[in-house]
Design a protein around this ligand. Structure first.
Ligand code: AP5
Length: 217
């Protein structure tokens, strides 16, 4: 089984690319952010605990994520591969993931989406998400055909609470402190992709990496 790990700062385009990649390769898209937001929406015990960290732009404690990841992993059956979007976020999570991938004989392909702060802030401030199917839009870069209505399902678009300016600053700080050390941790295992380009261009480069590393052509 192939595991594509998408790393990169908030707003680099992990969710956008993961969705297109999952359609292209028929891989399962696993977004820890989406899974957590779903738990928050449903008021589950995990969601209640995670909410306070997410609202502040902080990482949810590792032990809460571990159970969620294990459950997801144990439910994977008869799939060619999956895409991890938003996990791992620190060294401890990366070590945990290394163990699971080894135990399950998974081939990892690690993609690092490199993006500048100016682009990140512009992308996050204009991001809108469908409250029904979670499709990601951007008011300027990827606008819906009808104002604030999802093209795919007709759901209403909303702005994520953690996309407010102050929380974005905090998330970027947390990224630098806790997540960016993963670049050194993964070192020679990383495939760098410049992610400030248009989404189609970034997508083409990621597809090339995955095809080369997995023989999936
Ligand atoms: P999460 O949901 O994972 O947020 P994030 O990592 O901050 O990433 P984003 O979703 O903000 O950005 P993205 O890179 O997916 O960009 P997108 O494709 O949307 O996590 C949220 C919170 O959950 C965390 O803060 C934490 O509290 C918790 N959490 C999650 N995982 C955790 C973990 N492992 N451990 C602990 N806590 C965890 O694109 C952004 C915008 O730009 C969109 O509007 C899009 O349309 C546009 N866009 C994308 N690509 C392009 C392009 N190439 N050109 C132009 N516009 C583009």
């Amino acid at each position: 089984m192939i595991c594509v790990i998408l790393l990169g700062p908030p707003g680099a385009g992990k969710g956008t690319q993961a969705k297109s990649l999952s359609e292209r390769f028929n891989f399962l898209h696993i977004s820890t952010g989406d899974l957590l937001r779903e738990n928050v929406k449903k008021n589950t015990p995990l969601g209640t605990k995670a909410k306070e960290f997410m609202e502040k732009g902080e990482l949810v404690p590792d032990e809460l994520l571990e159970n969620m990841i294990l459950e997801k992993f144990n439910s994977l059956k008869e799939i060619k591969g999956f895409i991890l979007d938003g996990y791992p976020r620190n060294i401890n999570q990366a070590e945990f993931l290394d163990r699971i991938l080894n135990e399950n004989n998974c081939k990892e392909i690690i993609i690092y989406l490199q993006s500048s702060e100016k682009v990140i802030v512009e992308r996050l401030s204009g991001r809108r998400i469908c409250s029904n199917c979670q499709t990601i839009y951007h008011l300027k870069n990827m606008p819906p055909k009808r104002d604030l209505i999802c093209d795919l399902c007709g759901g209403t678009l909303y702005q994520r609470p953690d996309d407010q300016e102050e929380t974005v600053k905090k998330r970027l700080y947390v990224y630098l402190q806790e997540t960016s050390p993963l670049i050194k941790y993964y070192q020679n295992r990383l495939n760098y992709i410049f992610a400030d380009d248009e989404a189609d261009i970034v997508f083409g480069k990621i597809v090339e990496v995955i095809e080369n590393e997995s023989n999936l052509k």
